[in-house]
Design a protein around this ligand. Structure first.
Ligand code: C2E
Ligand code: CA
Ligand code: CA
Length: 696
């Protein structure tokens, strides 16, 4: 059944056209090109739109075949489709091209079907043409755009995934593909549900957030650590029509620098331990999450004599020592609590859960113990001890700042007590919080209310048995608290800074008293005044002392200042300087509490001191069979002799101690054996007595 050029349509066809006059009217009204062909492929009718397309008149078209209108290849295609139709295949829809009268190529879709005669036989083929030129063009533009868009999306370093509403992957860019799906091909992934791709994802933050964004139609942003790659991602989920757009950004580098900043801000660079800021924050955090009936302790440790190690052996050794101490503390307190370096040679430990004060006591004792073994650094064998101050939550305070301040005050007290020991803020003060506050206020007014008194304790020259000195010891007669021991209020005065004016008062009163006794014609005695760490740091100390001496008229050679070893070592170079200036004035310097802590006799030679006072704890062990202490006392005495220092033994209570010290060459003594500290008038009476001790 080939259509041939030049064939004529027959009468039957013409009749059909006439009969279908109305049909012509109708089809002309259709905007799409429409045509009718007979079974042999000859056009029997067409509408205006079709005629317009071809640029021919309708009459010219009728009786022609496609072979006469379009190029042969296209006509062949029409022929082939027609054959299929005539052989009984259903509607034929196919794409083809048409050249309009203006020579413009149109992309069109033919929708062809057969039409029947009234007797049911096949009459021919009716075709309707759909111009899809524009759509095709738009599509191809879209495709290009899409390709460009995709390549843009592929080239960015962020990951993009589009999910449909049931979390099937609709689209993903190269980055996501590379990051997360390295084992699968893109094709395998598209159309799959997330759980099918990653069974492990179920119930992870990602999964939960995706579901949430879908359910609540809200943007969700979060950061996610992707374990398999050990990288951090910032994830943004945006609901879009029928699904979700997920945007991933690798923020590992940012996270790292944040972490570095955090480390710098929160950690000590030398020991790697949390620093003061972190410790304080942490304690406050723990307090927030702790019931107020749960006890907790802040333990502050200050290494005895660390400064000297730093100054004499160098900062590298100093740093190593700090590390070693940090390591020991960490090893001991381990996971149950936090160890921090608070600055210089100060460490802090938080004991977050203690049941009683005794618990903290045990731990403090243990800390002193674990510090004991020698630390060897670059051939130096270092013995380190610490002074420990402890404050207890909630008794001593409800916030980190207070607890640290109080532990600090207690630590000062531990230093004063002779180091290598611990003190509770509570036991230091013995009073409850309200009373302590009252005491602090009381202390502030004590000076103007003239509630302070000085007691004097004689110092005996061993050779002559005569009183050659007096140590001025402060007493506070408080109208509210009675007679308060300096052990209780000196740490408080230290931590509040009140020690500075109080210390000045002590100095002036002691000098005035000594001058007064001299004026009374009594045997002149040297007056010893205790100087606290805080006072030593006072820049105008030398000036103040000069002024006091001038004001009272006491000659400098009658004044002796007592400083403790730990104070001296705190800021060694500075202290050596200050002491040098004081010595130039002619004032004597005594090293107090010798032998209680990090006693390195070798360091003594760096300090311009005249005398060392052997601590009462060493003296009191004499006669108790403690051979070690006796050995230390002997070594100290020998050492002092070689450095041409005078030695005074403190706290001599028994004749046995007196004899031992005397035998080993001790120059001076002080203690209950001779006299307790006395009010000035009582002391005056002693001065009039010839001898305080007789040999037997
Ligand atoms: P310290 O400088 O070691 O003073 C010696 C302490 O030992 C005095 O205690 C004294 O009473 C006591 N003592 C004397 N002989 C004996 C003895 O034979 N046996 C015993 N067991 N103890 C004896 P005090 O007066 O309670 O003073 C305690 C501490 O308070 C002093 O220790 C000193 O560190 C400090 N302190 C006292 N007055 C002042 C002061 O004016 N300024 C400063 N900054 N601190 C002071
Ligand atoms: Ca003293
Ligand atoms: Ca002492």
């Amino acid at each position: 059944m080939l259509h041939q050029v030049g064939k004529k349509i027959n009468n039957k066809d013409i009749a059909l056209i006439k009969n279908t006059f109305f049909l012509q009217e109708i089809i002309d009204a259709i905007p799409n090109p429409v045509f009718l062909k007979n079974t042999e492929g000859l056009f029997v009718a067409c509408n205006r739109a079709f005629a317009n397309y071809t640029g021919l008149e309708k009459d010219q078209i009728v009786g022609k075949t496609f072979y006469e209108i379009v190029p042969k290849e296209l006509a062949d295609k029409h022929q082939e489709m027609d054959n299929r139709l005539l052989q009984g295949a259903g509607v034929q829809t196919y794409e083809s091209k048409l050249l309009t009268a203006d020579g413009i190529e149109k992309v069109v879709v033919f929708i062809n079907s057969i039409y029947l005669n009234s007797d049911g036989s096949v009459a021919g083929i009716v075709g309707i043409i759909n111009d899809i030129t524009e759509i095709t063009q738009i599509c191809s533009e879209l495709k290009t755009a899409n390709r460009q868009f995709s390549s843009i999306l592929d080239s960015i370093s962020d990951g993009l995934v589009i999910f449909d509403h049931s979390l099937r992957v609709k689209y993903l860019n190269k980055e996501v593909f590379q990051i997360f799906l390295s084992v699968q091909t893109k094709k395998e992934v598209i159309g799959k549900r997330l759980e099918e791709i990653y069974p492990l994802v179920t119930d992870t933050i990602i999964h939960k957030n995706l579901k949430r964004a879908l359910r609540e139609q809200v943007d969700v942003h979060f950061e996610y650590f992707f374990e398999p790659l050990s990288r951090w991602y910032e994830v943004n989920i945006y609901p879009i029509q029928n699904g979700l757009l997920v945007h991933f950004r690798d923020v590992t580098e940012r996270k790292k620098s944040e972490e570095r900043i955090r480390l710098l801000a929160y950690y000590d660079q030398v020991t790697g331990l949390p620093n003061r800021v972190y410790f304080k924050d942490y304690v406050d955090q723990v307090i927030k999450n702790t019931a107020s009936n749960q006890l907790m302790a802040v333990v502050l440790l200050d290494l005895d004599g660390f400064k000297l190690v730093n100054d004499t052996l160098g900062h590298d050794v100093g740093d190593e020592l700090l590390k070693a101490v940090g390591d020991r503390l960490i090893k001991y307190v381990h996971e149950q609590s936090m160890v921090a370096r608070m600055g210089d040679d100060e460490f802090a430990v938080l004991l977050p859960q203690i049941n009683s004060k005794e618990d903290a006591e045990k731990i403090a004792e243990k800390i002193l113990q674990i510090l004991q073994p020698v630390i060897t650094l670059e051939k130096h064998e270092l013995y380190i001890t610490a002074s420990i101050g402890i404050s207890v939550y909630p008794i001593d305070g409800m916030e980190a700042k207070k607890l640290i301040r109080k532990a600090d005050a207690a630590m000062y007290c531990a230093k004063e007590k002779g180091r290598n020991n611990y003190q509770f803020y509570q036991s230091v003060m013995k009073y409850n919080a309200a009373q302590r506050l009252a005491m602090e206020n009381g202390l502030r007014r004590a000076l103007e209310r003239q509630e302070f008194v000085l007691f004097y304790q004689p110092q005996i020259d061993v050779k002559s048995g005569k009183i050659i000195g007096a140590e001025a010891l402060l007493r506070w007669k408080s109208p509210d608290f009675g007679m308060v021991s300096p052990l209780e209020f000196i740490p408080l005065a230290e931590s509040t800074g009140l020690i500075v004016p109080i210390g000045r008062w002590v100095l002036r009163s002691a000098c005035r008293q000594a001058k007064y006794w001299q004026e009374q014609g009594l045997n002149p005695v040297r007056i010893s005044v205790n100087i606290s760490a805080r006072q030593l740091q006072q820049h105008d100390l030398v000036e103040t002392i000069k002024e006091v001496l001038q004001e009272t008229g006491l000659e400098p050679c009658w004044l002796e200042l007592e400083i403790t070893e730990s104070q001296a070592m705190y800021n060694a170079q500075y202290i050596v300087n200050i002491l040098g200036k004081l010595k130039e004035l002619g004032i004597k310097i005594a090293l107090d509490d010798f032998g209680t802590g990090y006693s390195s006799l070798v360091y003594l030679k760096y300090f311009p001191i005249d005398k060392m006072k052997i601590d009462k704890s060493l003296v009191q062990d004499i006669g108790s069979g403690d051979a070690d202490n006796a050995a230390i006392v002997m070594a100290a005495l020998a050492m002092a002799k070689s450095l041409k220092l005078k030695v005074l033994a403190e706290g001599v209570e028994s004749k046995e101690q007196y004899r031992f010290m005397k035998e080993h060459g001790c120059d001076e003594m002080q203690g209950y054996l001779f006299s307790r500290p006395l009010p000035a008038v009582e002391f005056e009476k002693l001065l009039k007595k010839p001898l305080l001790i007789t040999e037997d």
